[in-house]
Design a protein around this ligand. Structure first.
Ligand code: PZK
Length: 276
């Protein structure tokens, strides 16, 4: 670890180079909300998200190969194959939320997909749609249509990525729905191996890369609480915090409730608890 070169940071994860072919992806216990990383850690969060990713990578190997090589004993670090990452975020949406809802309200379309009129926030779409975005170096990713994405990855690769992303979403959303969790949307990242084959990278179907909603509190026209961050949001809304960094510390009770929500998501989806 100490001799690994730091090559990147996500909001709550770090990436190190192990050698020419391998990276180490480390998930911290940090939590972000309203795009701000809070100063209080959530015990077990990194291990839960790493466990969820590992679970989904194993379950989706028959759909597409992935970058996961091995889970380390700390439960939060995974060795990954180094890929040539595609320059688009591969988002699939089954429900109308976030920037999808915003774009639909403004234009009736999301990434060039014309949708039926009169849809409500959080409503399920007639069918899941592939809604790619640029990878912004700073600020927010920008939703793009098929033509713009084809400019970035080429037409053949676009078609392959779209079909693969939709197949992954269908598989995971059906699986989660049977266990009381709606996977409203998800962000996938793909890369190419040395032979130019498409490989799934990053994290997959975690609450940090997807919108998880509890199925029993979902209804069209409302904005359901996220499965994991509902207690954090509720607490932050009692403060007069302006949603700019630095974020406030979380009380012990909110930390405990939130840590339990992550463990609950892991147990509901995988049927297992993380090894202590
Ligand atoms: C890669 N990121 C984003 C994610 C971070 C940064 N298998 C791979 N091969 C090459 N590059 C990447 C990956 C992966 N995954 C991913 N940037 C590069 C990222 C998580 C934490 F700090």
């Amino acid at each position: 670890m100490s001799d690994a070169l730091h090559v990147g940071s996500g909001k709550v994860r770090e990436l190190y180079a192990l050698d020419n072919d391998r990276l180490l992806l480390v998930a911290s216990d940090r939590i972000s909300t309203f795009d701000v990383v809070l100063p209080t850690d959530i015990p077990d969060k990194g291990r839960v998200l790493t466990g969820l990713s590992g679970f989904w990578f194993a379950r989706t190997e028959q759909i597409v190969p992935n970058h996961l090589l091995e889970l380390r004993d700390d439960g939060r670090s995974t060795e990954c194959r180094r890929l040539e990452m595609l320059p688009i975020e591969c988002v699939v949406r089954g429900y109308l939320a976030g920037s999808g809802w915003k774009d639909y309200r403004a234009t009736g379309e999301v990434c060039g997909h014309r949708l039926p009129e009169g849809l409500l926030e959080s409503q399920q779409l007639p069918e899941p749609i592939f809604t790619p975005a640029t990878k912004a170096q700073t600020g927010h990713d920008e939703n793009i249509d098929r033509a713009a994405a084809v400019e970035l990855v080429g037409e053949e690769r676009f078609d392959e990525v779209e079909a693969t992303a939709l197949a992954l979403y269908s598989f995971a959303s059906e699986y989660a729905r049977e266990r009381g969790i709606i996977l409203a949307d998800t962000k996938l990242e793909f890369g190419l191996d040395a032979d130019g084959r498409l490989v799934l990278g990053d994290e997959v179907f975690t609450p940090d890369s997807s919108r998880f909603w509890p199925a029993d509190s979902w209804r069209p026209g409302a904005s359901p609480p996220s499965f994991d961050k509902q207690f954090v949001r509720d607490y932050l809304n009692t403060l007069d915090w302006n949603k700019q960094a630095p974020g406030p510390q979380l009380p012990d009770e909110v930390v405990k409730q939130t840590s339990e929500k992550y463990l609950e998501a892991l147990e509901k989806l995988t049927g297992r608890k993380p090894v202590v």
